[in-house]
Design a protein around this ligand. Structure first.
Ligand code: HEC
Length: 148
């Protein structure tokens, strides 16, 4: 006798849970893409100087390096709750199958960008360019494995 009611309740709860989840996934995707956009803004500005597309300005470079390192210290992993993929996302589900490796890739960015910010304070152009390339490689290092 109770079965139909219970069934309906279970269905309602399931739908509510699914609704919340879609909202949560959207927030997570927005958050991590937002962080990525902060990264790329700074990387592009520095990259343009490294490639000679814009004049090399050590002060501006140092500011971008500092902002990148600061952004990289934020909790990127909080933007990747388990299986949080939707139509807007280019994330690969390997992220949750190989979470340790994903974390290591994030650590690599943190380490190299912190070093870049440190080196940039010194104003040595050659050293800055070399460390910039190392830092940019950590972006690719993660994308090649975990982004479509
Ligand atoms: C630890 C892994 C990891 C690192 C490190 C990383 N990314 Fe990403 N990036 C991703 C993933 C995963 C996505 C796809 C996110 C999504 O669409 O859900 C992404 C997406 C992006 C996007 C697209 C954002 C959008 O609005 O769709 C840009 C731009 C980007 N990354 C730039 C960078 C730059 C620049 C760096 C280095 C400074 C970097 N990323 C470092 C994993 C990483």
């Amino acid at each position: 006798m109770h079965t139909p009611r219970t069934g309906l309740l279970a269905l309602t709860l399931a739908l509510c849970a699914a609704g919340t989840q879609a909202g949560d996934i959207e927030k997570a995707v927005d958050y991590r893409q937002g962080l990525m956009n902060v990264y790329v803004y700074n990387v592009t500005a520095m990259g343009n100087m490294v490639k000679g597309k814009t004049p090399f300005d050590p002060t501006a470079f140092a500011r971008h390096a500092k902002d990148l390192a600061t952004a990289a210290r934020l909790d990127l992993l909080a933007g990747f709750p388990e299986d949080s993929i939707n139509d807007e996302s280019d994330a690969d589900d390997k992220i949750w199958l190989d979470w340790d490796k994903f974390q290591q890739k994030n650590q690599a960015l943190r380490k190299e960008s912190a070093r870049l910010a440190e080196i940039a304070k010194g104003g040595d152009e050659t050293a800055m360019k070399t460390q910039f390339k190392k830092t940019a490689k950590t972006c690719k290092g993660c994308h090649d494995n975990f982004k479509h």
